[in-house]
Design a protein around this ligand. Sequence first.
Ligand code: HGA
Length: 610
Amino acid sequence: MCGIVGAIAQRNVSPILIEGLRRLEYRGYDSAGLALVGDNGLQRRRAVGKVAALADALAASPLDSRLGIAHTRWATHGVPAERNSHPHASRTVAVVHNGIIENHEALRTRLIDAGYAFESETDTEVVAHLLQQQIDAGSSLRQALCAILPELRGAYALAVIDANSPDHLLLARKGSPLVLGVGIGEHFAASDALALLPVTNRFVYLEEGDIAELRASGYEIFTADGTMQQRPVRTSTLSPDAVDKGPYRHFMTKEIFEQPVALAQTLQGRTAHGRVLEACLGPQAEALLARVRNVHIVACGTSSHAGMVARYWFEQIARVPCQVELASEFRYRNPVIAPDTLFITISQSGETADTLEALRHARQSANVAAALVICNAPESSLVRESDIALMTHAGPERSVASTKAFTTQLMALALVMLLMARRSGAIDAEREAELVAQLEAAPRLVEDVLAQNDRIRQIAESLLTKQNALFLGRGPMWPVAMEGALKLKEVSYVHAEAYAAGELKHGPLALVDEDMPVIAVAPRGDLLDKVKSNLQEVRARGGELLVFADAEAGFRDEPGVTVFGMPHGAELTDPIVYTIPLQLLAYHVAVLKGTDVDQPRNLAKSVTVE
Ligand code: HGA
């Protein structure tokens, strides 16, 4: 989603702002802009498209300044166009904003009546005029910001500057993340610390309701009523090139190939001698989990698929009732939460707006015994608001289409499930050791699949002319099929749907002909024969089959049937390992089609708006 970068220093900040925006490009955006305070007052440069276009505009007429704010926009209100790009300005004031101002229409009407002229269709522009209105009435920028924030309904991360106050920059946070970067004689701001790694590794994460005033020499954090706040300074261990593509052409392939290491990192220090260590959920976990008799999982997109896989595990192995639900649905209904529920949220960024609101919604029920988040960002809002956090340790994920976040979420969910299974008495020590050994084998099995990348690239060529694809799976492989279909849609723009294989004859079989490839994930197991029958049904109607199956499962290549032999896995590893070829398939189709793989059209990473 949108990215914010801000800087106040004793050197020219425009290269810092542009580099910061580049580092946020992975989030997906449609336009970019910056505002700087220089000798000629407030100057803006904005461009539709990539940050490179903004950098070109800046190079064509360079600006030298010690104070500035910058933004990558993912439009919610108003089409992507230069006039709608941030920063928005009102005479001497400029604003960048992530989020949505829900009452913008009423505020806009009021401001127009007061004589302020609007140049954009965005909700954000009201903030610039509201600030200027206060300043016109004699307020300082700081007073103006404190005065207008209570008027704004919705969510925001804001960075604002005023050309008449070139010695400070102000920030405010409610519902969208914002971090302050601490330098020596210079200070920075960003929506994600990664943007600032070239200039500092010391960060202060703003909390809900925080306002910050940054000067070159220092900063203050306070609330709208003026109460000062102390927030810890955290030192990041991430290296500045954590966001480089390395030898890879795209972040998506880099992240697919990082999965063996990422999965090993998720496991590291959390199992020993065939046991999951309870300590992996933190010191209060034992007491909180003691009460748990039900599991309710809430997530969006790819993370919801991880939750759906885990539901099979929780019920099949741990014998604990488990529900899974989309956060965007859960937050707007009046749910009945079963007594003694472990409420699990899953989010790569920990900032997914719907998931965060779902957690807050669930908190209203006394039946939530504990809230656990599975997350890849330790300083995120979901981590802060949950009782227990299990970090995936996947490392930064830059591709909009999630890959390593998904498989590491599965690994983390398996750990939670095993703890619950032991607690409920559903598994004994021997079975736990067997299941832990399965998890420990996952990185190696994933490597075996990655080694067959070239074969998947060849298979992708055969899909290039197809407009549609049908993915099939049964049991926990059904959500894996959903994840495969989602990846193909996201990065290659091929329409893809996933069905539980048993549903085939209840409708989707009508779609099957020579133009509809059917992709099945069919590891060995109790359901294999049933999947085989489904596949016969497809072949009988001329549908082309691509089957991912255990090399020992007995499928053979034949006309119309391509079999991709998978390594021999097990119940906990199959969903992880079978996801890999589906990710690679989507990637190669996208590359062959020439799409913008890492930033697919219309999509954004870390969906911080509803
Ligand atoms: N509502 C603003 C900002 C959108 C945003 O935060 N996207 O992630 C706009 O449409 O410009």
